[in-house]
Design a protein around this ligand. Structure first.
Ligand code: NAD
Ligand code: SER
Length: 319
């Protein structure tokens, strides 16, 4: 069967990269990008784009029928830090978008859904080290609460209506192609840009705060591998733990210093420190490894080298 894929939230950090990868696999015209704002030049020029506010369920259904969409990747959301500043919109957008997409599948309009969860599903009462797949989840941010409720919806729709929903608990994601959208882990992207432009960075997280992170090529590959896995191998329908690299602001600053001599790192924590303190420091993703052969490829060294190479090139070209 010919797959037609709709990406909702294609202009964000993940969408910018995922659309291009999916277009390589499924064909440019079979991957429809959509967002409330325009996407990157590459996305806009390489295939179809629709302006879509995911809260408009009627328009969503019209677009799905127009393109005969078979799969939806729902990336539109407010991330942890932004949602704390606007808790009503955080709840409304993150929950209603999810219901709108789940109902498309329940009503037989689409066959498969990808919806990302997050390490934010965990909270201060969760074991911090090597956090297991099945453990206490008592998130204390509105973002985390929407991810936890979303995971429960996933399993409910799978069991009750047979909806083929697949999900990953992404760690903080780091990439050079798209700008991050207001998360607690954004410092680990900003540091590269500021280091190259100004030779210094002021971190909003404390120097020894360990968080689980992942380089974007690993995250995109995990997403596509999970979506392409045979249904019987996808044993967890709430959301899979996913692990990449754990490090502190101090450790990433040391790596950056190798590429930017005299790089200066300072620290001035804000409200995001409290959020970071409530999250795990490392994740056990053995279920993903066992069920669909997941394995991360990037460590801190390899990621830093690739980020530096690509961003330096990008800044030289745009100078
Ligand atoms: P992002 O903030 O960069 O992008 C979200 C996109 O959604 C933006 O382009 C925004 O314009 C769009 N959007 C906002 N409101 C919309 C609406 N009403 N209708 C349509 N589009 C709308 O986010 P991201 O980093 O790409 O994250 C995508 C998903 O992955 C989210 O669900 C996020 O929770 C999850 N996730 C991301 C990370 C990360 O580190 N980036 C980690 C864990 C989970
Ligand atoms: N990177 C995301 C955030 O910080 C985690 O879901 O919000």
């Amino acid at each position: 069967m010919k797959e037609r894929i709709l990406i909702i939230g294609s202009s964000g950090q993940i969408g910018t990269e995922l659309v291009m990868e999916l277009r390589k696999i499924y064909g440019e015209n079979n991957v429809i990008a959509s967002d409330i704002r325009p996407s990157s030049k590459d996305v806009m020029s390489s295939g179809p784009f629709e302006t879509l506010d995911i809260l408009d369920e009627q328009l969503l259904r019209t677009i799905v029928k127009k393109y005969k969409v078979t799969q939806v990747y729902l990336l539109a959301a407010l991330l942890s830090a932004t949602a704390e500043k606007n808790i009503e919109l955080g709840w409304e957008l993150n929950m209603r978008s999810h219901s709108h997409v789940l109902d498309l599948a329940k009503d037989g309009l689409i066959k498969k859904i990808f919806w990302p969860s997050s390490i934010a599903v965990f909270g201060p009462t969760t074991p911090k080290e090597n956090t297991p797949q099945y453990t206490v989840t008592e998130p204390n941010t509105v973002y985390g609460i929407t991810k936890q409720a979303g995971e429960r919806w996933n399993e409910y729709y799978f069991n009750k209506f047979g909806v083929d929903i697949r999900s990953l608990r992404y760690p903080g994601l780091i990439g050079w192609k798209g700008a991050p959208g207001g998360g607690t882990t954004d410092y680990a992207v900003d540091i590269f840009h500021q280091a190259i432009k100004y030779g210094k960075y002021k971190s909003f997280l404390a120097e020894n705060t360990v968080l689980p992170m992942m380089y974007m090529p690993d995250a995109i590959r995990a997403t596509i591998e999970l979506m392409e896995a045979p249904a019987k191998q996808v044993k967890i329908r709430s959301s899979y733990n996913l692990s990449g690299i754990s490090f502190t602001p101090k450790q990433i600053a040391e790596k950056v210093s190798k590429y930017i001599p005299n790089f200066e790192m300072t620290y001035n924590t804000d409200f995001r420190q409290v959020i970071a303190d409530s999250w795990p420091s490392s994740i056990d993703d053995s279920h993903a490894k066992k069920d669909w052969d997941w394995e991360a490829k990037y460590d801190l060294e390899k990621m830093t080298s690739d980020m530096m190479k690509n961003l330096k090139k990008q800044y030289t070209i745009s100078a």
